[in-house]
Unconditional design. Structure first.
Length: 156
């Protein structure tokens, strides 16, 4: 997992001065996960990351949350871009995918709040970030930056 964190630090252009703490809970420890991730977001049942670079998950390793954990060092982007980045660079371990994108990109952007992104929009967000990275030519070793000036709290 340390090697993956190091790779993500390079990909995201973070300095790597922060330490990602990973807290694993077995499926039977759902209450402990809920304590850290809340109950409102269905995705929170799988994992979440706070702005202190602490990852909480019932999967190990859960690459999606590690992306958030590394990115937390510089602050999270707009919810749609942040989830797209995590989808683009990480997988969801043994969890099923997040389903087919629904609605338009504009609807997905509008549906994103600092606290939530509808699960159906995760795939669209991942595709959008992939488009940005690939069309910007920055997937050849350059750090990916999604600095939209929007930094806020924890991520699921
Ligand atoms: Zn996420």
């Amino acid at each position: 997992m340390d090697a993956l964190v190091g790779e993500l630090q390079l990909r995201l252009g973070t300095r790597g001065t922060g330490v990602v703490e990973y807290y694993y809970f077995s499926e039977g420890e759902g209450d402990a996960l809920t304590e850290h991730c809340g109950e409102g977001d269905p995705h929170s049942r799988v994992g979440c990351t706070n702005d202190l670079q602490r990852v909480f998950s019932i999967e190990i390793p859960m690459e999606h949350e590690l992306v958030h954990g590394v990115h937390a060092e510089v602050g999270f982007s707009h919810r749609f871009l942040e989830e797209g980045l995590a989808e683009y660079l990480g997988d969801d371990a043994s969890r099923p995918g997040r389903g087919e994108p629904t609605g338009t990109l504009a609807e997905a952007l509008a549906a994103a709040t600092p606290e939530n992104l509808p699960l159906g929009d995760y795939a669209r967000a991942g595709h959008f970030v992939a488009f940005l990275v690939l069309s910007g030519g920055s997937d050849d070793g350059d750090a990916i930056t999604l600095d939209d000036g929007h930094r806020d709290g924890g991520r699921a």
